[in-house]
Design a protein around this ligand. Structure first.
Ligand code: ATP
Ligand code: MG
Ligand code: MG
Ligand code: MG
Length: 576
């Protein structure tokens, strides 16, 4: 590829709504373009990454014996009524009508469509097992699409579905996929963990999520330092002993006193039940008069819901400290404080704030309290007792870092992850509902035993960037880089020698099957390097007159701080 014939559109500034680095960098590098909330165009540069992700997934799925097909994006509502999901799925399922007022859905996954194939085309046990997969557009009307491709509404998923004669067979198919997923994720060169996930009503341990480790991940994952135990927080919690774990709540005090009150106290005062969805409680303050005395600070209460939807956080003033009490949304509070997200610390979840369990105290350390004017802040406010690690506010509850692992081996540690894959044993949930049967050896019809297996194709590049970037931009792992090598000729328009060398190397690398781009745009070196560092191409070769005199070019890996002089003839071996 020659850069002059490609579309390169880098930006200096990230869009205002880009909260996480991957979203900022993908936009700035010209990889994605927003068309609507959670709806993005995959620009040519971004599409190259996506296609490489797809190719790896496809190769390993095929190797594992799965068969590719493509099911419709728009599917008849009738089919979805058969499984019951048309009625039971919430607003995440996008329902549309055609000109005859017939219902359709835009596929969020494809269990119904694939089960419909099975009941027509898989008639005998002799045809089993089968595993059908597609790499296809999905739509989920996410309540809060955000983080660019990480949580889009339209996105690409690889979804596979296995069909077996019996439970034992289905479990084998599941294990085969578990192995294929490890092979796939190993190839991306990312740090990830496979963690046990809740398999819902079906029970058993046959559900695992593949989580890329990243501080910005939306999921909390729990693992043992002394064994292979790993689970997502929901699963770990449901297995942990319930109830308060630490010192019991202190006696009720009628006013929330710094350092004394429990979450339960405050909740009781406010008459708010500490519902299970309310995972933490954070106290924030507003300096009323800037006198710097805690007594003159209004106390605000934030209930952070378990799903971290910041727009849903309810805030109220504590009665007794102020005349009124009401609920407000975060945007309202922002407006009230005349501030931006993050300014108040706890609101943006950027400051050390943590509740250990339902019945323990909200703790903050040396927190700067909000005020509407400069110099009216109160610094060094301390509430509560022992501050745990200032990690995610969501890691609250019955499972705490340092606990003994459930298998008795080692201690639990908690980190955050991005769910990039999920495998799931389904049993006969769909086959029974949709009367999908095959004839078994005894001549009797039996419902298929099923499993389903997803990978977030477009989420993966975002997760990769969260793990691999620096202040200059993205650093792609070779496996999914938009280009493996960029050739940057300096003064190509002036120097015949540079032009000849650059085009020679370009031809040689292409011949060797290297995914190379030649930057023939005629940009100045500074601008050219900045572009490629932002885009994150892992290998760069700079060719200039000076080096060529000694028969050399400059090689620099994206992670290197300086270039190394090498003979042009050695480049192919370096980047292979
Ligand atoms: P999440 O918990 O992040 O909402 P999910 O559990 O709803 O994901 P699954 O139904 O398990 O997702 O779908 C399989 C895979 O599809 C997920 O593991 C994830 O990688 C990807 N995925 C799900 N929702 C989205 C989305 N809104 N945008 C991009 N990828 C997604
Ligand atoms: Mg979801
Ligand atoms: Mg999930
Ligand atoms: Mg999932």
């Amino acid at each position: 590829m020659k850069a002059s014939q490609f579309l390169i559109s880098t930006l200096k500034e990230a869009p205002a709504d880009a909260e996480v680095l991957s979203h900022q960098l993908m936009t700035r590098a010209g990889m994605i373009k927003k068309l609507g909330a959670g709806i993005y165009t995959y620009m040519p540069m971004g599409l190259r990454v996506i296609r490489k992700v797809e190719a790896i997934v496809r190769e390993e799925m095929n190797r594992a014996g799965a068969i590719e097909c493509v099911m419709p994006v728009i599917q008849p509502g009738e089919l979805w009524r058969e499984s019951g999901r048309f009625q039971t799925m919430g607003p995440e399922l996008l329902r549309v009508k055609d000109r005859h007022q017939r219902d359709f859905v835009v596929q969020p996954t494809s269990e119904e469509a694939v089960t419909d194939i099975a009941r027509q085309d898989l008639r005998s046990y002799k045809q089993l097992p089968k595993n059908l997969y597609q790499i296809q557009t999905k739509f989920r009307d996410e309540r809060r699409p955000r983080f660019g491709l990480m949580r889009g509404r339209e996105f690409i998923m690889k979804d596979a579905y296995s069909f077996d004669r019996d439970e034992a067979g289905a479990k084998q198919s599941y294990q085969k996929m578990a192995a294929a997923y490890r092979a796939i994720f190993d190839r991306f060169g990312l740090r990830y963990r496979a963690v046990a996930a809740d398999s819902g009503a079906i029970g058993g341990d046959l559900s695992e999520e593949f989580q890329v480790i990243a501080a910005t991940g939306e999921d909390a994952i729990v693992y043992s330092t002394g064994s292979d135990y790993a689970a997502n927080m929901e699963k770990a919690e449901s297995a942990a002993p319930q109830g308060p774990r630490r010192a019991p709540a202190q006696p009720l005090t009628k006013t929330p006193t710094p350092g004394k009150s429990t979450c339960a106290d405050v909740a009781e005062l406010l008459g708010i039940p500490l519902a299970s969805t309310v995972k933490s409680l954070v106290l924030a303050t507003e300096a009323l008069n800037g006198a710097g005395e805690v007594a003159k600070v209004q106390v605000w209460l934030l209930l952070v819901r378990g799903d971290h939807d910041m727009n849903e956080i309810k805030v109220g003033k504590v009665p007794g400290l102020d005349a009124g009490f009401r609920f407000a949304t975060v945007p309202e509070i922002m407006e009230h404080f005349g501030t931006k997200p993050g300014y108040l610390g706890p609101i943006g979840l950027k400051k050390p704030v943590k509740i250990v369990a339902d019945r323990e105290v909200a703790v903050m350390v040396d927190w700067v309290c909000g005020a509407n004017e400069e110099d009216f802040h109160i610094t060094g406010v301390n509430w509560g007792r022992d501050l745990p690690e200032p990690d995610a506010v969501a890691d609250i509850r019955n499972v705490v870092a340092g606990d003994a692992a459930p298998d008795g081996q080692g201690q639990l540690a908690i980190e955050r992850g991005i769910e990039i894959g999920h495998i799931f044993y389904l049993g006969t949930k769909y086959s029974r509902a949709m009367e999908a049967t095959f004839l078994d050896e005894d001549g009797k019809p039996k419902p298929f035993e099923m499993g389903c297996y997803g990978i977030g194709i477009t989420r993966l590049p975002a997760a990769a960037i969260e793990q691999n970037h620096d202040e200059r931009g993205i650093i792609w792992p070779d496996a999914i880089a938009p280009f493996t090598v960029v050739i940057c000729p300096v003064g190509m328009d002036r120097s015949e020698a540079v032009k000849t060398a650059a085009e020679g190397l370009y031809a040689e690398l292409r011949q060797a099957g290297v995914d190379v781009i030649l930057d023939d745009r005629g940009e100045r070196p500074g601008a050219m390097f900045a572009d490629w560092e932002l885009i994150g191409v892992p290998h760069r070769v700079t060719i200039g007159d000076k080096g060529l005199k000694d028969g050399q070019v400059e090689y620099q890996h994206r992670r290197d701080t300086a270039a190394t002089k090498v003979p042009a003839s050695e480049i192919a071996a370096l980047v292979k």
